[in-house]
Ligand binder design. Structure first.
Ligand code: ADP
Ligand code: MG
Length: 362
C-alpha cells in the first residue's frame, strides 16, 4: 500500500465519489465527480452538497444516517440532478469513515445494479400486460390445439408405419405447445398475495429439497444462512416459486460435473429503495442464489427480467419475469451480477413492519 498515494486510489474509482465533512460540505472529490458535475474540484470543494443536489434529496438523509454509523447506507434508484444538469439514476452508498470526526464517503454508482433495478421495477407493467394477454391467448390456443392433436390421433389409426412418424411428430409438437401454453397460463393466473410472516429459510429449504429431487440432481448445494434473520412478510408459496425459478436457472447454467449452487442469506439494515415521491422502503433481507455456471450471455444481461427473453432452445423466458413480478408485489427487488463462472441473483425483501430489531433501535 505504501507506494500508492491517496490521490491514485481516489482517481481509480470509476464513478463519482466524494468525502463530506460533518456539515455535509464537500471536502474532497475524484475526477469522475468533476466530469459528472461539469465543474472543477476547486468549484465544488468547500461548498455544501445540498447546494448542488438540493436539500430535499434523499442523499442528504442518507448522510445523516451513515453518521449514526449503523452500516453503510445504500439507496437504490435515486435521481440525482447536479445543479441544472439533467438527472441520472444512481445507486448511492454512504459510509462513515471510521475515526475521522464524522466524515462520510459518498459513492454514486450509475450503472450495473442501478440499471438492473430500474428494469426490474419497470417490468411491473410489462408483466401486467403480459398477464392479460397470456390468459386470452392461452384460452384461444388450447381449443384448436386439442383439435389438431385429436385429428392426428385419428389419422394415426388408418395409415402405415412410415407416415405414423409424421402423426407422432404432430402430437409431440402439439404437446410442447400445450405445455408452453400451460406455463404462460400459470403466469397469468398468479393469485393475489396471501400475506403472512414468512421464515425465508423454510422457503429456501423447501425450494432446495424440491430442486435436489428433480432438476438439480447433479448439483452440489452450499448453504450459508444467517440464523438471526427476522421474518419477511409475504406469500410463502409465491416466494417458493421465486427461488425455484432461480434455482432452476442456476442448475441449467452450471456444468454437468462440478456444478455448485450457494444459497446465502443476510441482514443489511442500511439498504433502502427510493420510491417515487421521496418515500423510501427498507429492504434489509438479502437472499443470494449464486452458481458457478457459464454466466448470463452478455447481450442478454439487460433484458433477462423481461418476458420471453431466453437463450435456451426450449426456454419460455418467463422464469425471471415471474421472479421480478412476484418480488415487486412483495415490495422487494431482484438484481443480477454475472461473469463467467459466477452468477449471483440477489433478492432483497422488507421485514415485517412493526418489528424493531436491536440494530435499528440502537
Ligand atoms: N443462473 C444463470 N446463469 C446464466 N444465465 C442465466 C441464469 N439465469 C438466467 N439466465 C439467462 O436468463 C435467461 C432468462 O431466464 P428465464 O426468464 O428463467 O427464462 P428461461 O429459463 O426459460 O430461458 C435465460 O435463458 C438465461 O440466458
Ligand atoms: Mg428459467
Amino acid at each position: 500500500m505504501t507506494d500508492l498515494s491517496l490521490e491514485q486510489i481516489w482517481s481509480a474509482i470509476p464513478y463519482p465519489a466524494f468525502i463530506l465533512d460533518p456539515e455535509d460540505r464537500i471536502e474532497a472529490c475524484n475526477t469522475e465527480s468533476e466530469i459528472f458535475s461539469a465543474a472543477s474540484r476547486r468549484q465544488i470543494t468547500g461548498r455544501p452538497l445540498s447546494r448542488f443536489i438540493g436539500a430535499e434529496s434523499p442523499i442528504i438523509d442518507a448522510l445523516a444516517q451513515a453518521r449514526q454509523g449503523i452500516a453503510s447506507v445504500v439507496l437504490y434508484g435515486v435521481e440525482v440532478g447536479w445543479s441544472e444538469r439533467p438527472t441520472q439514476i444512481f445507486t448511492v452508498r454512504a459510509s462513515l469513515v471510521q475515526e475521522s470526526a464524522g466524515r462520510v464517503l459518498l459513492l454514486l454508482h450509475p450503472r450495473g445494479i442501478a440499471d438492473q433495478m430500474d428494469r426490474s421495477l419497470s417490468n411491473r407493467s410489462a408483466a401486467r400486460s403480459v398477464t392479460g394477454m397470456a390468459a386470452m391467448l392461452a384460452h384461444e390456443i388450447k381449443n384448436p390445439l386439442a383439435g389438431i392433436s385429436g385429428a392426428a390421433q385419428l389419422l394415426a389409426m388408418s395409415i402405415d408405419d412410415k407416415d405414423m412418424e409424421l402423426t407422432d411428430l404432430i402430437q409431440q409438437e402439439s404437446e410442447r405447445i400445450a405445455s408452453l401454453v400451460d406455463r404462460v397460463e400459470q403466469f397469468g393466473e398468479l393469485r393475489p398475495i396471501n400475506r403472512s410472516d414468512v421464515n425465508i429459510h423454510d422457503v429456501l429449504d423447501r425450494a432446495q429439497r424440491a430442486a435436489e429431487a428433480g432438476f438439480a440432481r447433479h448439483v452440489r448445494f452450499r448453504v450459508q444462512y444467517d440464523p438471526s434473520l427476522p421474518p419477511t412478510i409475504g406469500d410463502a408459496d409465491q416466494l417458493m416459486q421465486v427461488f425455484q425459478n432461480l434455482l432452476k436457472n442456476a442448475a441449467e447454467a452450471v456444468p454437468e460435473v462440478g456444478g455448485l449452487i450457494t444459497l446465502r442469506t443476510g441482514y443489511h439494515p442500511g439498504v433502502q429503495l427510493s420510491l417515487p415521491g421521496g418515500r423510501t422502503e427498507k429492504l434489509p433481507l438479502v437472499v443470494s442464489v449464486i452458481d458457478n455456471g457459464r454466466g448470463v450471455p452478455e447481450n442478454l444481461i439487460r433484458d433477462i427480467f423481461d418476458p420471453f427473453v431466453s437463450s435456451k432452445a426450449n426456454g419460455s423466458g418467463l422464469g425471471l419475469s415471474l421472479v421480478s413480478k412476484v418480488l415487486t408485489d412483495h415490495g422487494g427487488v431482484v438484481e443480477c451480477e454475472s461473469i463467467p463462472g459466477r452468477t449471483e441473483f440477489r433478492v432483497r425483501l422488507p421485514i415485517r413492519i412493526g418489528r424493531k430489531t436491536p440494530k435499528e433501535t440502537g
